[in-house]
Design a protein around this ligand. Structure first.
Ligand code: AHR
Length: 776
């Protein structure tokens, strides 16, 4: 076959976008990312503060067991600190013991390694001798001993060396001669933490993040930030940074909206330090005094306290040591400023409440700290009412950036590669603070890589981070995730490697390139119109549907269908198969029981491939359209809506790929389900002005090899390092059993005359780093 020669030509001297801190990380304590994760503490519920508000099954003795002749009780009479009122009172006979079961299968200790045990204790009746061990089914893996004396609370510390390795140990405190005492803040850390810090971070996880070379880290979370009470002394408080500082034994513990407890051992100071240690710009996100999950906000006359939180945070990070908060930073052990440059207010906010409050933060920060870049926020989807509200606010007040979030099917990304093409590059910049395609397969990673080439090229996009970052395999709130871990190992997903490759090879400036004979577009689905089954199901409700009509808009023919009783089984009521390219379905609906609304399915091929009108979706907040490919859903239109127990007249019109809905005659959704397609190659080029590298990133999503002549205009380069993800089936992934299944491979080649003929393997991500050494 006579194929035309394909070419990519890079103009190394034509910078068109400073890449700045484009690629970074997003840390949120969900999936036990902090406790039982990055925070290396192994004792679960170390201060007996767990309770039913954190999680229904929790109580003060969760993760604790007793053995032998021992009485115990959690008390509050002589608390060590008001923030942590509970402690354990023990009355033991000789040999009685208490033990902690830790996270996952238990404690992980490794033979030959050192561990720091500590606890606060006070004896009630004479000295109490305690043997501290880590045991696996009675077999001792680490052993130590301490003596409690005196009734006042004192800290007792013990360094222990493990003699055996276990991944399912229990921490056992045995009262050898019996005794009566009170115990609190029982703690067990590895000494081999990240950078060897006492009470620090889990080394393997922290190092996996550090080696990515992220340019920033957004923290402490998404919904974690704004979900909860407005009172910072409530156990379910929104995330209020000031309450996370200081000695760990004096910090409160909180309910996490992800259904567990936050010890807050990892607090704001630790986040700032970690950012500094991994050379990532800190990007803290503060709540805007509004909880979008409940639609409740602080009254405007009280907003000052919340705005002060933002101003004080900047002072804490950057202020000199003679300012109030700068001194607090110094007293915590960090005299030098953290050089904070960014602050985010709000997280994927929906509803007017947030946007009424945002200007107070914005104006105060601008006035006092004009050098700080302020990040506004849009909703949880790539389009729709909340997204538009965020953008309106960001443009109106002149936010520097706006935080966009979306989790979608790979097919959504394939259909929306040029999402940022029409964005105004002179307005607020995009901070894509959360995104992922649903899944951790090789295919997901390839699609994300292709999308990242467009993020890199777009002048509108300034920052982007994959989400979520961490997940403990035994405590999954959300998937996919970038790094998975248990108590002793981590699993780097293909998505992680893509992020890492792009971070390590970001460059300082994007440069122009041109392609020749690389313009083929391959449609993945050939369906001009949305056709298929039409069905309706309740979403945990009861109700009635009547007056159902289907109109063929091409002919004007109307079919009237039977009434439906919706019951709580959420069963799909199939109404008919629709084959027209332009049709309208209308019906009346009244809910009679339950809190949510309906799921209206159309264009359904099967349960995994269909469109859904979610009327009263997500806890009855939304009127959305979702497009579902291979069981993975993407929201393509969002409007806020609460279904009530009244009569509604609902209409859905489908015209080719366009979808419109009306509620009682008012247009609610107007969107198009764009079809996924493949471009022949996805390409971006950058230069690293500090190291003198020229970097070409190329993603081949097709099933064919592509032979391409690469040529560099500008400075001579004589060698290239090629790093590739290639040679895998699209469904493959990494696992704990086979963690290195998908990993990058690196080679170095000479370059002659600034040209290289290169074959991009089918289904591959390739990073070519052109340099000036290695070969002469
Ligand atoms: O990343 C998981 C969650 O997704 C975040 O908490 C929230 O911001 C988003 O909805």
């Amino acid at each position: 076959m006579n194929q035309k020669k394909k070419q990519i030509k890079v103009f190394q001297n034509q910078d068109y976008k400073e890449l700045g801190i484009l690629y970074g990380l997003f840390f949120e304590d969900l999936n036990h990312a902090a406790d039982g994760g990055l925070y290396a503490e192994m004792v679960q519920n170390r201060s007996f503060e767990y309770c039913g508000m954190d999680k229904k099954e929790y109580h003060a003795l969760t993760a604790w067991e007793k053995a032998g002749a021992i009485e115990w009780e959690v008390r509050t009479e002589r608390s060590m600190h008001a923030e942590k009122p509970h402690y354990l009172h023990v009355e033991a006979q000789p040999g009685g013991a208490v033990c902690n079961t830790g996270y996952n299968a238990g404690f992980f200790v490794e033979a030959g390694k050192g561990y720091d045990f500590s606890m606060y204790a006070g004896s009630v009746d004479g000295n109490v001798s305690i043997r501290v061990t880590v045991e696996e089914e009675g077999v001792v893996c680490a052993d130590g001993h301490l003596e409690i004396s005196g009734g006042t609370w004192k800290k007792y510390e013990l360094q222990m060396n493990a003699s055996r390795t276990t991944i399912c140990g229990h921490l056992v405190l045995t009262f050898e001669a019996g005794g009566i005492c009170d115990l609190d803040m029982i703690s067990f850390f590895p000494q081999d933490t990240f950078l060897g810090k006492k009470g620090g971070l889990r080394k393997d996880i922290a190092e996996a993040l550090q080696e990515m070379n992220p340019k920033f880290m957004r923290f402490p979370g998404g919904c974690l930030v704004h979900d909860g009470s407005l009172n910072d002394h409530d156990r379910n408080s929104m995330y209020r940074w000031k309450r996370t500082l200081g000695k760990v034994e004096e910090r409160p513990t909180w309910r996490s909206n992800w259904g567990y407890n936050q010890s807050l051992g990892l607090g704001y100071f630790e986040y700032f330090c970690f950012c500094e240690e991994i050379c990532a710009e800190p990007v803290p996100i503060l709540p805007g005094g509004f909880n979008p999950h409940k639609g409740v906000g602080v009254p405007l006359w009280k907003i000052g306290e919340w705005v002060d939180d933002a101003l004080d945070l900047i002072e804490f990070a950057n202020g000199s040591c003679d300012t109030v908060w700068g001194k607090i930073r110094k007293d915590l052990g960090h005299e030098a400023p953290f050089h904070l440059k960014y602050i985010g207010i709000g997280n994927e906010e929906v509803g007017d409440g947030f946007f009424e409050r945002y200007p107070y933060f914005h104006q105060a920060i601008r006035e006092k700290y004009p050098e700080i870049k302020i990040i506004n926020t849009s909703g949880p989807f790539a389009s729709g009412e909340s997204y538009e509200a965020g953008w309106r606010s960001a443009k109106k007040y002149g936010s520097d950036l706006i935080d966009e979030h979306y989790y979608s099917a790979p097919e959504w990304f394939l259909a929306n590669m040029h999402h940022y093409e029409d964005y105004d590059e002179n307005g607020p910049k995009v901070f894509l603070g959360e995104y992922a395609s649903w899944g951790n397969t090789y295919y997901n990673a390839l699609v994300e890589a292709a999308y990242m080439t467009h993020l890199e090229r777009s002048k509108a996009v300034a920052m982007a981070c994959y989400a979520p970052m961490l997940c403990n395999v035994d405590y999954v709130n959300w998937k996919p995730d970038m790094l998975w871990f248990n108590n002793h190992a981590i699993l780097k997903t293909p998505n992680y490697y893509v992020q890492k490759l792009f971070m390590q090879n970001q460059g300082t400036d994007a440069v122009t390139f041109e392609t020749t004979n690389l313009d083929e577009i391959i449609p993945l689905v050939d369906e001009k119109a949305i056709t298929g089954k039409f069905a309706i199901a309740g979403n945990d409700i009861e109700g009635t549907i009547w007056d159902v009509r289907v109109t063929d808009c091409n002919t004007g023919d109307v079919i009237t269908l039977h009434d439906i009783q919706i019951d709580k089984n959420n069963l799909e009521n199939l109404l008919m198969e629709i084959k027209n390219s332009h049709y309208k379905v209308s019906f009346r609906f009244r809910r009679t029981a339950g809190r949510k609304g309906l799921k209206i399915y159309f264009g359904e091929k099967d349960e995994k491939n269909r469109l859904i009108w979610e009327f009263g979706g997500w806890d009855n907040w939304d009127c959305n359209i979702a497009s579902c490919y291979a069981g993975r859903s993407s929201t393509i239109s969002q409007r806020l809506f609460h279904v009530e127990d009244i009569e509604y007249f609902l209409e859905l019109e489908v015209e080719d790929r366009r979808i419109r809905t009306w509620v009682n005659g008012v247009l609610y959704n107007d969107t198009a389900d764009c079809l996924p397609k493949l471009e022949e190659l996805y390409v971006t080029a950058s230069v690293d002005r500090s190291s003198g590298r020229t970097i070409l990133k190329v993603v081949n999503l097709t099933g064919e090899e592509k032979d391409v002549l690469l040529s560099l205009d500008g400075p001579a380069r004589n060698s290239v390092i090629v790093t590739c993800l290639k040679g895998h089936g699209l469904d493959e992934t990494n696992s704990f059993e086979n963690p290195d299944n998908i990993i990058p491979q690196t080679e170095r080649f000479p370059v002659y005359g600034n040209e290289l003929s290169y074959t991009f393997t089918s289904h591959s991500v390739t990073i070519l780093s052109f340099e000036n050494d290695g070969f002469c």
